[in-house]
Design a protein around this ligand. Structure first.
Ligand code: G1P
Ligand code: ZN
Length: 558
């Protein structure tokens, strides 16, 4: 019997504004009647019938709590909205990079939907998220996310095929007949195939495999979505010991872990690495787009350095050979990659926070490598940042330099000797009252006009402000202007203090304070805290942060 299409009346929610990366809310919020359905229908309405009807859409998520339910609802809504085909990962699982790769590989004409709250904890009491990606495989740009929000405020009904029997456990295609006369195809694919083949095209797996015979890995998936991908790549393809990949079962609540690869939340990886039994450690976040790289004995590679090192060693990676386009980083990211670009006479773009701003630059062939300080690194092989790709990039660079018996630490130290070091830290003050977050920002913002040329002294070091503004970005490809992207205080020697409010939190405000400064004095290379302290003190003084928030210490330091 053809499946009936039901039009269900609904009322709008006022809080469905996508943030830095899609809509993220507590699971309990998503569990409200029609909340998910409203957002999905608003997305279809915003993207437009011309794209959705008869289109091909890719769907998958990181397997967190509510993933299964959302997959089923979205498939039923796709069928009802005239989508011709949905390609979904088996059991609803696809990492964020895998969705991007699959959209591109299959030329999915209606783009894709990713179900994840990224690095935010999962489970019934924690977070869920949903975002729309375009046909280029990248996150929807502002004009689409704003249109989704606008639609979400006026929505009156959504369409669904309530009687559809959705089974995503078995690989294969099923054709459904819809009462309208249309046909709908549900294609369930292996979650890893497309992504793994792509990695094999980008890297020289034989070279990495032979290098890994004498190089011990510790890959920590933090019970997020990357487990199956890491096992396929590191164990099956690259023949590493099965023990090289840990926490590799995607769990609905990430086993209680906070799947954010940094020194705070992936401390267990750091502790194991400190024992000195592994040469290389990596961790990824819940949906697999973030990465943290560690060397032997827990040597930490700052994401800004990771980006710069990959940039400086691009020729070790087959994919990049002979390609000459530029680099990009988000504004708060440390400026290490800028120095590589300058040396190689390449362009380096500075964009607002969020991967969506890199897409146009990649589509226009202006950049092929980019990153963010928030443990995001990636290239134009897809339109999302890519955790496993970053680990493979490092291994390829190490393998290519094996003759010199390189280690992660040596590669980084050689880089510093050549380029100097960008010192960087980010202080996060999480779950601050929203009003206090706003007050902090306005306290700094009010001073912007008068900060220029002011001098500050802390710990015996003097700084003079040379620029103070609220960062805005004009996209060089489509000319769109994005304003108010972070308060910047730049000193005359290039050191920077930046304040932003997070756009990914699900409640309250998270204040981010970033400090970036540079030195080519080798005697300082291991003295991070000494170098950064004066700027942090100046930042706290200008912002009056302690008094306004009542917080004497940040909740996370990266
Ligand atoms: C954070 C990071 C940002 C990243 C985003 C999605 O956004 O700072 O670099 O692109 O998560 O992973 P924020 O919470 O700062 O808005
Ligand atoms: Zn993520």
């Amino acid at each position: 019997m053809p499946l009936s299409v039901q039009t269900v009346s609904t009322s709008a929610f006022s809080d469905q504004k996508p943030g830095t990366s899609g809509l993220r809310k507590k699971v309990k919020v998503f569990q409200q009647t029609n909340y998910l359905e409203n957002f999905v229908q608003s997305t279809f309405n915003a993207v437009g019938e011309a794209t959705i009807r008869n289109g091909h859409l890719v769907l998958g998520g990181d397997g967190r709590f509510f993933n299964n339910h959302a997959i089923e609802v979205i498939i039923k809504m796709c069928a009802a909205n005239g989508v011709q085909k949905v390609t979904v990962g088996q059991n609803g699982i696809l990492s964020t990079p895998a969705v991007s790769a699959t959209i591109r590989k299959l030329n999915a004409s209606a783009g894709g939907i990713i179900l994840t709250a990224s690095h935010n904890p999962g489970g019934p009491e924690n977070d869920f998220g949903i975002k729309y990606n375009m046909t280029n495989g990248g996150p929807a740009p502002e004009r689409i996310t704003s249109a989704i929000f606008a639609e979400s405020k006026i929505i009156t009904d959504y369409k669904i095929c309530p009687d559809m029997d959705v089974d995503v456990t078995k690989i294969g295609s099923t054709i459904f007949e819809i009462a309208s006369g249309a046909k709908f195809e549900l294609e369930v694919v292996d979650s890893c195939d497309v992504y793994v083949s792509l990695m094999k095209e980008i890297f020289n797996f034989e070279q990495i495999e032979s290098f890994l015979k004498n190089f011990k890995l510790n890959i920590d998936c933090l019970n997020g979505v990357t487990g199956p991908y890491a096992k396929r790549i590191f164990v099956t393809e690259l023949k590493c010991d099965v023990k090289s990949v840990v926490n590799s079962e995607p769990l609905e609540d990430f086993g209680g872990l906070h799947p954010d690869p940094n020194l705070t939340y992936a401390k267990s990886l750091l502790d194991v690495m400190k024992l000195g039994q592994h040469d290389f450690g990596a961790a990824f976040d819940g949906d697999g787009d973030r990465n943290m790289i560690l060397g032997k004995s827990g040597f930490f590679v700052n994401p800004n350095d990771s980006l710069a090192v990959i940039a400086a060693n691009q020729d070790s990676i087959p994919y990049f050979k002979g390609k000459s386009s530029g680099f990009a980083r988000s504004m708060p990211t440390g400026a290490a990659v800028d120095l590589v670009a300058a040396k190689e006479q390449k362009k380096c773009f500075e964009v607002p926070t969020g991967w969506k701003f890199f897409g146009n630059l990649m589509d226009a062939g202006l950049i092929n490598l980019c990153g963010e300080e928030s443990f995001g690194t990636g290239s134009d092989h897809i339109r999302e940042k890519d955790g496993i790709w970053a680990a493979l990039a490092w291994l390829q660079i190490l393998a290519d330099q094996n003759a010199e018996r390189q280690s992660v630490e040596k590669v980084v130290r050689n880089h510093w000797s050549e380029f100097g070091r960008n010192f960087f830290t980010r202080y996060d003050y999480e779950e601050v009252e929203s009003a206090a977050g706003a007050k902090l920002m306005s306290t700094v913002e009010k001073q912007l006009a008068t900060l220029k040329d002011q001098q500050f002294e802390a710990c015996g070091v003097n700084y003079t402000v040379s620029l103070a503004d609220n960062f805005s970005y004009k996209d060089p490809v489509d000319g769109s202007l994005t304003e108010k992207q972070g308060l910047r205080i730049v000193m005359s020697d290039g050191s920077r203090i930046i304040f932003r409010l997070s756009g990914t939190g699900s409640s309250g405000a998270t204040i981010r304070l970033y400090v970036d400064c540079y030195s080519n004095d080798a005697a300082l290379f291991d003295k991070d805290s000494q170098v950064l302290k004066p700027l942090i003190e100046i930042a706290l003084k200008i912002s009056d942060l302690v008094a306004i928030t009542g917080r004497t210490d940040p909740s996370v330091i990266t």
